[in-house]
Every structure is written in structure tokens, then in C-alpha cells.
Design a protein around this ligand. Structure first.
Ligand code: EPS
Length: 355
């Protein structure tokens, strides 16, 4: 069965939810490990006061019994603690009683760079909040929980996935400078996956290509505007003799310009991908916009905002890459029980005599 993930949830709604199907039975999940990833996502430098409100924790509603997967859909929930301040404004049903709390007045000042303008035009909303709530990166929390599950599956065959900020020191200096000027910044993150055998993904069709799938997964994360695999854009400026990774007699490489993927297939070297994040669009000194109610020139919505969420992106990108690699590994090795998955991987490693 193909590994599949779907999610739902608004930033200030009651909860974020994800359903993961196609997981093999018998996989042991560690609640503390999932919650630790959720905490990592919340901790980055430059995060907003919202992170003091939220204490993200995973709840499991289905698919798990006594810490082991059942081979049935796994239903994950991360609650929005802040919803208590939005019970009227974000009530799923027509709210009862007098308006109170946040989100009671329509937002009509779209922020350049956010979903606000295109979202209301596309869906016919009168209130920008109807678009921004789902477009918010808040829902990456439940994708991090799903990524944690994927990492548990990958660990069973010796694959580890790690995300980090490229140049953490420069980021921190940027954040400090931007905060002082009440501005926001972006940055670059890198994800590395070790222990990936040759043979995940395929050149057979473009949908099968592992690099295409990783790029899709990373571009699907809020605020990501660029993705590169291995040396990516820099390869365009090199000679072929410099750009390609020579093959030794043991079939390994001394260099890894390709980022562990050739022709859409993992080649057994470390997978290395990067994602570039634009600066966050909610600004304390807002840019020019239009009041959608009056049609008059105005400045964009001002709300509390993070200065940066680049460290959070490192965790979210790690989760996205882990999920895609788990999908590709499940596709290659199959297995209704996790033991079948592990045995198929071992048999394959033996066939290709991969050390
Ligand atoms: C976000 C705006 C901020 C962020 C939020 C994403 O939320 P609020 O509008 O409540 O201040 O804190 O991210 C999270 C809550 C999170 O957990 O990552 C946005 O507009 O995308």
C-alpha cells in the first residue's frame, strides 16, 4: 500500500489533524520523540509570542495500539491552545452569543507576500481571515508529527534525516538587526539524509524521480521560494569534468555534487537538499496595500509576527524530506508488517552487495 498523508486545520481553529495511511503494522512509535520534534519546530530564534501560547503535543486518535501501529490509518491531532482566544471568531458553526475574543472583525487589508489577496479573489471570501487561516505555516506542526513517524519507519532500515540552518550565526545576526528595525528575514536550510541505499525513486517517469518529489515536498512548505539538490544552481557554472562525482571500484564517490541523486534515483551517497525561505510577510511597518472594503489605498494588516522562522523551516523541511523518503522506501520495499519491510530491504542490500 502506498504511504499517503492528508491534513487539515486552521491556525486559530480548534486543532490541526493529519491522517497517515499505508504505514506497515508493528512499527513502534515514541510519543516523546514526536513531541521533541514538535518542540524543536517551536523553538527557533526570532519566533513570535504565539510560541509562548502553544505547547504542541501529539494526540493519536486511531491506528496505534499500545505504541505500535496497527497497519490502519493513523490519525494525529495537534491542538491549537490559542483557539481559546478565538472561540467566537473561529467557531466552526455559527457562533452563539455576543462577539468576543479575537477574529470578530473582518480583515480587509491584504499583506503583500501572504495568501490574503489571491486567496480572497480565488475563493470569493469577504474576510481575508478566511484565506490566511489555512495558508498560515501553523499547520506545519502536524506535518512535523507525520515526519517524526516517517523517521521511525526510516530508522528501521538505517536511514536518518537531519535538517539545519545554513549559517546559523549569520541568521541570528540578521534576526537581531531586523528586529531592531521591526522588519523580518528569511534564510536557507539544508536537509541531509544518510543511509539511503541506491535505488529509491526512478528515471521511469517524471513523477517517479526522487529529486522531483523532494523538490515538490519542499516547495509545498509555506514561504519556500527556491529548492536545490546537491550543488544545484552552482552546477550550471561548472565544467562536466568538475561537476560529476567519479565512481570508485567500491561504487562509492569521493565527492557529492549530485546531492545523492542521479537521474531521479538515489545513488547511495548522502542526500543533500536545500530550501530558500523568503522573509515573512506580516510586517510591523506594513507595505502599501488596498482596503478591499473601500477600494482606497491603505497599508497592510499589522499583526504579531515572527521576525524569522528559518530554524522552524529546518525542522519542517526535515519532516517533509523524511516523509518523501519514507514514501519512496515503502514503494521499493513494501510490507504489511514492519518486519517484511525490513527483510525486503536486507535482501535488496544483499543482492546489490552494498556495504
Ligand atoms: C503565522 C503567524 C503567526 C505565527 C504562526 C504562523 O501566528 P499568529 O498570527 O497567531 O501570531 O506564530 O506560526 C505558528 C503559530 C506556528 O506554530 O508555527 C502565519 O501567518 O503564517
Amino acid at each position: 500500500m502506498t504511504l499517503r498523508l492528508s491534513s487539515a486545520g486552521e491556525s486559530h481553529g480548534p486543532a490541526l489533524v493529519a491522517i497517515l495511511s499505508g504505514l506497515p503494522a508493528g512499527l513502534t512509535l515514541d510519543r516523546a520523540a514526536i513531541d521533541a520534534d514538535l518542540k524543536r519546530r517551536q523553538e527557533g530564534y526570532g519566533r513570535s509570542p504565539r510560541q509562548q501560547i502553544e505547547q504542541d503535543r501529539v494526540e493519536v486518535l486511531a491506528g496505534l495500539r499500545q505504541g505500535r501501529t496497527l497497519g490502519t490509518p493513523l490519525a494525529l491531532v495537534v491542538r491549537n491552545v490559542d483557539h481559546k482566544n478565538w472561540t467566537w471568531g473561529m467557531s466552526p458553526w455559527p457562533p452563539e452569543g455576543e462577539p468576543s475574543g479575537k477574529g470578530t472583525k473582518p480583515v480587509t487589508l491584504p499583506r503583500p507576500g501572504h495568501a490574503d489577496l489571491a486567496g480572497v479573489l480565488k475563493y470569493g471570501h469577504a474576510d481575508v481571515r478566511d484565506a490566511l487561516e489555512r495558508a498560515s505555516a501553523r499547520h506545519t506542526a502536524v506535518h512535523v508529527a507525520a515526519g517524526s513517524v516517517a523517521k521511525a519507519l526510516l530508522a528501521s532500515i538505517g536511514i536518518t534525516v537531519t535538517g539545519s540552518v545554513v549559517d546559523e550565526e549569520a541568521l541570528r545576526a540578521n534576526v537581531d538587526a531586523a528586529r531592531a528595525e521591526r522588519d523580518t528575514v528569511g534564510g536557507i536550510v539544508e536537509v541531509r539524509a544518510a543511509g539511503v541505499p541506491p535505488g529509491l525513486g526512478s528515471y521511469a517517469t517524471k513523477e517517479d524521480r526522487l529529486d522531483a518529489r523532494l523538490a515538490f515536498a519542499l516547495m509545498g512548505i509555506q514561504a519556500v521560494k527556491g529548492v536545490e539538490i546537491g550543488d544545484g544552481f552552482a552546477l550550471a557554472g561548472l565544467r562536466g569534468s568538475e561537476a560529476h562525482d567519479e565512481i570508485r571500484t567500491d561504487r562509492r564517490r569521493d565527492t557529492n555534487h549530485a546531492g545523492g541523486i542521479e537521474a531521479g534515483i538515489s545513488n547511495g551517497e548522502e542526500i543533500v537538499v536545500r530550501a530558500a525561505m523568503k522573509p515573512l510577510p506580516t510586517l510591523m511597518k506594513p507595505l502599501a496595500s488596498v482596503d478591499l472594503q473601500t477600494g482606497e489605498a491603505a497599508t497592510a494588516l499589522v499583526e504579531r509576527s515572527d521576525v524569522a522562522a528559518v530554524e522552524a523551516l529546518a525542522v519542517v523541511a526535515e519532516a517533509a524530506v523524511a516523509w518523501e523518503l519514507a514514501v519512496a522506501a515503502k514503494e521499493k520495499f513494501g510490507g504489511d508488517a514492519v518486519g517484511d519491510f525490513i527483510a525486503a530491504h536486507a535482501a535488496y542490500i544483499e543482492r546489490i552487495a552494498w556495504a
